[in-house]
Design a protein. Sequence first.
Lengths: 154, 307
Amino acid sequence: MNTTRELRVRPIVSGTVIDHIVAGQAINVLRILGITGVSDAVVSMIMNVPSNTLGHKDIVKIENRELKEKEVDKISLISPSTSINIIRDYEVVDKYNVEMPSTVEGMVKCTNPNCISNTNEPVTSKFIVQNDPFRLRCLYCEHVISEQIAQYLL
Amino acid sequence: MEFHRNHIISMKDFTRDEIDYILDRAGKLESLARSGRSDILSGKILALLFYEPSTRTRMSFETAMLRLGGNVLNLGSKDASSVIKGETLADTIRVISTYSDAIVLRHTSEGAAQMAMEFSSVPIINGGDGAGHHPTQTLLDLYTIKRESSLEHPDVAIVGDLKYGRTVHSLTYALSLYGANITFVSPQQLKMPDQIIGDLKARGAHVNETENLDQVLNNIDVLYMTRIQKERFPDPTEYNKVANAYKITNKQLAHVRQNMIIMHPLPRINEIDSSIDNTAHARYFQQSFYGVPIRMALLTIVMGTDI
């Protein structure tokens, strides 16, 4: 069992292990991080591995990169269960769970085509994050996004 | 109660106490709204920025300001202003706010007033933003119900285009603060969005839905009619069918409650037959007038003036 596990998740020297990603969302995590396949980043992606807490989960490992706060906030919107592990010299030097911010600015495009944030006005989109049920409410037009948030990420 | 607010953007910003405060102030200003002129806002300038056509909202704001002794600046048509040169709303607001003491904005995009607030150095009053909010309409609707019926747990039916109608969404929210029993009457394709029904129910509001107007007509205190817009229907036959089903005539009023009032934000097309105009139930023209005291109240509040 250990051998299989090691084959799947080979340790990295330094960088970030993004763990406990909601199964199926790893590709969207890569999109958030701007990893498109044309960069020279060393990236491993594992999807649908068994997880004690989630049933199944995805994992993304990126070498020699630590995430910015805005990237972590975006990940929290599509996968609130995610944990971030910062690795330096094979050691986990920091580990934390993503936390959904109470507001998000300039991260998500409003789905209302007639919203003022979708015009040439000098404003960025702003959403209030609501829980139970989870949804984003546009601060300007009050439209709500409650599903498939990944496709509206800026 | 002390109540100061710089901007009037959405009904959701108001508590019931704040709404009551505005309605009370409108009550104090009503006789002045009917005739005369005061110097309450003497020396103040109100800018009217209307990017969409408007008769009642624009003229009642003008009347309100003139009755209070202030002056009004009008953007005029979009074609005669810098808007046609492609100036952003944000820039227009930045500039106009240096010319005036408050701005009334009507715009085609939802959220325009909220954004204008971020760029303005003077109070913004939302005069309607796309399919979004129209708080001064809601306040005058509430004032009408208070003056002509009762705001204590009224039985209200709201009829017509409940999906796109910008006035009804704010109105239902506000009515829920007064414990109203609300029945939504609309064709299936124009029904109140589930999200709003869900929000209302979560707040403990009493709401029902039906497609049949006659079913509710005899058990309500307030009948709030709205216009069904032809352009919502790709098929004209379908429009005619729906428009006729939600048209009210004098005959249907035979068994309604004696004090039932009929309201409409106007303009109406044919949803209220003109034979109703002279009945004791019609209140839509009074409703239009009540826009003046309500807007006078709001102008004095945002400009921080006691009356």
